[in-house]
Design a protein around this ligand. Structure first.
Ligand code: CA
Length: 336
């Protein structure tokens, strides 16, 4: 038996209409003994039908999804909806308000702590609520990301390989329907505790995506998200057919990240000089860049090489590196 969440809310997930309210996470501090962290949530419901859960602000310094979902909450009306749309535009609110990847309250990275802990620090409690309350009522989920302050990305929507071919086929259909210029299949990631991996455990049709980066707000990324979200809602059967305009599927380039050799890590601490740009096609063994030592310029620079061929889809934004920082990663055309 799982423990119960401490989070309470004034929205009713079963009620028709549009509700914009908050999840209240008790957080007792000097300035507020009976205080709560108030995380925004919207429920837009119209009768029976599928539930689509849209989330942004999982990382606080990734903004295209936050922008698009704030606007969606103000514009999407229950009359257009068939079923239920649940929207969290700033899932890790303390991180979003700080413009930071992790929460300033507990250094928590929401996208590394799933399935969370109801009695843990705020980030763990938020993950637990999403996993134990929201995921069980969800049929389709989208977690909108970007590269954060430290990474730049070529924008793409994505899905994660699961252990179920049937679920993967449904996610692939949703990914194509979303219609980003690039669509990517994650067969390998460097870490665990992801929201998307937890959603897949609930057998939810799950998408993600990186729609910008560098802690900035990408105009083209917002366009891709706003159009893609409409396409995703329509694909899920959650937008009434007559609400759609120009719903033709846009062609997408299907790509994948297959293993850890797609990632290039800094070999030393220092100043990283990249020699490739986003979108470059590289070969196995090609130079990615080199680490220089400004405190000892006579020291030989240390090179970092690509360990497989592919297209540079992600690059580190900051110049200074520690050993083990990801400085670039590749994607290759999807082989199926
Ligand atoms: Ca992210």
């Amino acid at each position: 038996m799982g423990k119960n969440t401490r989070i309470f809310t004034d929205v009713d997930y079963e009620k028709d209409g549009k509700q914009v309210g908050w999840l209240y996470l008790p957080y007792s501090v000097t300035r507020s003994a009976y205080g709560n962290i108030s995380i925004p949530i919207a429920v837009i419901k119209n009768g029976k039908g599928p539930t689509v859960f849209l989330m942004a602000g999982n990382h606080g310094d990734e903004y295209e999804g936050q922008v698009a979902l704030c606007k969606l909450i103000r514009t999407l009306e229950p009359g257009e909806v068939h079923g239920r749309v649940i929207v969290m535009p700033a899932a890790n609110l303390p991180a979003a308000l700080a413009g930071a990847r992790v929460s300033p309250l507990d250094d928590g990275n929401l996208n590394r702590v799933f399935p969370g802990d109801p009695d843990g620090s705020p980030t763990y409690a938020i993950a637990h609520y999403i996993n134990s309350v929201l995921f069980p009522m969800t049929d389709f989920y989208h977690d909108l990301h970007a590269g954060g302050s430290s990474l730049d990305y070529i924008p793409f929507a994505s899905m994660r390989k699961s252990d179920s071919p049937d679920l993967d086929a449904k996610a692939m259909a949703a990914l194509k329907a979303f219609g980003a210029p690039v669509s990517l299949v994650w067969e390998h990631t460097l870490d665990t505790g992801f929201a998307n991996a937890a959603a897949i455990q609930h057998r939810i049709v799950t998408l993600g995506g990186e729609f910008g980066g560098g802690g900035s707000v990408s105009v083209s990324g917002i366009r891709i998200v706003e159009q893609g979200i409409r396409n995703f809602l329509r694909h899920a059967g959650c937008l009434a057919a007559d609400a759609s305009a120009g719903g033709n599927q846009t062609p997408t380039r299907l790509m994948e990240v297959k293993n850890r050799h797609y990632f290039v890590l800094a070999p030393e601490a220092g100043l990283f000089e990249p020699v490739v740009e986003l979108g470059d096609n590289v070969t196995e063994g090609q130079l990615c860049g080199q680490v220089l030592f400004v405190d000892n310029p006579k020291r030989e620079p240390v090179p970092a090489y690509f360990r497989t061929a592919g297209m540079v889809i992600c690059k580190r934004r900051f110049g200074r590196v520690e050993r083990g920082d990801c400085v670039a990663h590749l994607a290759t055309d999807w082989k199926g």
